[in-house]
Write a protein that binds this ligand. Structure first.
Ligand code: CO
Length: 134
């Protein structure tokens, strides 16, 4: 059901420092920071030949990654995102398999302007999983 790895999201406490690591130390192509108030993050996209890395910094009160950074003060992998062709069909199959879909279960529009859902880490080897319809 899942297709390509769309991105790996890394929560960071210092977005400029993290961007410099990917741009200068690792020699990757990085975007300008993009504020996404609806999602409570400022993000920098790192473009790799086969996928993307998204660096996430909390934005505003109640950011979904604030608690994660309190526990992981140096930052860390926050979620992985897999592509699906039909997000409603994917959601229904996942629920039928017993997986917990987070939130209302209705897709929201993610950082790339496409519908996304998040799946509870307890069902996926301790990893928060995002699925995105492409
Ligand atoms: Co994501």
């Amino acid at each position: 059901m899942i297709g390509r790895l769309n991105h790996v999201a890394i929560a960071v406490p210092d977005l400029e420092a993290a961007t410099a690591i990917y741009r200068d130390t690792l020699g990757a192509k990085v975007s300008e920071p993009l504020e996404l108030p609806n999602q409570g993050v400022t993000t920098v996209f790192v473009e790799l030949p086969n996928t993307k890395i998204e660096l996430l910094l909390p934005l505003g009160e109640g950011s979904p990654i604030a608690k994660f950074l309190q526990k992981n003060t140096a930052g860390g992998i926050h979620h992985v995102c897999y592509e699906v062709e039909d997000i409603i069909a994917a959601r229904d199959k996942l629920r039928a398999e017993g997986a917990q879909v987070l939130g209302s279960g209705e897709p929201s529009i993610g950082a790339h302007g496409k519908p996304v859902l998040f799946l509870h880490p307890k069902d996926f080897c301790g990893t928060l999983v995002e699925i995105e319809q492409v």
